[in-house]
Write a protein that binds this ligand. Structure first.
Ligand SMILES: CC(C)(COP(=O)(O)OP(=O)(O)OC[C@H]1O[C@@H](n2cnc3c(N)ncnc32)[C@H](O)[C@@H]1OP(=O)(O)O)[C@@H](O)C(=O)NCCC(=O)NCCS
Length: 174
């Protein structure tokens, strides 16, 4: 099940033709600064991501869905889920040309709603490198709470989470 479109964005499934547009995003060192080790991805890494996401969509019914802008049909990034304990982890990435317009927040709100209302996740987490102020701001705007910190790839990482407001645990949690 794919999240419904938002005011400006459309979610869909991945296909092989997305490779060039998505590689242009993942090979941009500025986009990748706070992803993993901060290294831009090779074409093979980008292809493996698309293959895994496509397989996840087939087997689990969700993935980190590609995003297109309603104004055209080119992939401008992704927003979606990977599996996590008691639910799923939400994540996002956008081409630099589309930053600063509220698009990631718009996508993330729609995906979070879909995760709780349609996919019925009990708990949604997000991890972010502690220097990634834009992503932390999005997590705050989603009403996610910072719950722990740890080191990964030699970097400080924060974990945020939110419970499904439709479940008893969600209703009782802050
Ligand atoms: C993170 C990312 C998706 C944000 O995309 P975006 O569409 O520009 O984000 P939005 O416009 O929806 O808003 C982000 C919020 O962060 C704020 N913000 C943006 N850059 C910021 C910065 N450097 N420092 C502090 N706040 C910042 C914005 O002002 C906005 O908050 P506001 O609505 O209160 O003003 C984009 O920068 C990106 O793709 N980064 C690279 C990949 C990445 O880091 N992914 C996340 C890994 S956890």
């Amino acid at each position: 099940m794919i999240p419904p479109p938002t005011e400006r964005l459309v979610f869909r499934d991945w296909n092989a033709a997305d490779l060039a547009a998505f590689q242009a995003i993942c090979s941009d060192p500025v986009v990748m600064e706070f992803v993993g080790t901060g290294e831009p991805w090779s074409l093979i890494q980008t292809e493996q991501f698309i293959t895994r996401a496509h397989e996840m969509s087939e087997s689990l019914g969700y993935c980190q869905w590609p995003l297109t802008h309603k104004a055209d049909s080119v992939v401008i990034g992704f927003c979606g889920f990977i599996p996590a304990t008691n639910g799923a982890e939400i994540g996002w990435r956008l081409a630099r040309a589309y930053w600063g317009q509220g698009l990631a927040t718009e996508a993330a709100r729609a995906v979070l709603k879909h995760g709780f209302e349609t996919l019925a996740f009990q708990h949604i987490t997000a991890t972010v490198q502690s220097s990634n102020r834009a992503s932390i701001r999005i997590m705050e705007k989603l009403n996610m709470n910072a719950e722990s910190s740890f080191r990964r790839n030699g970097r400080d990482v924060l974990q945020f989470s939110i419970h499904n407001p439709q479940t008893p645990l969600g209703r009782n949690s802050k």
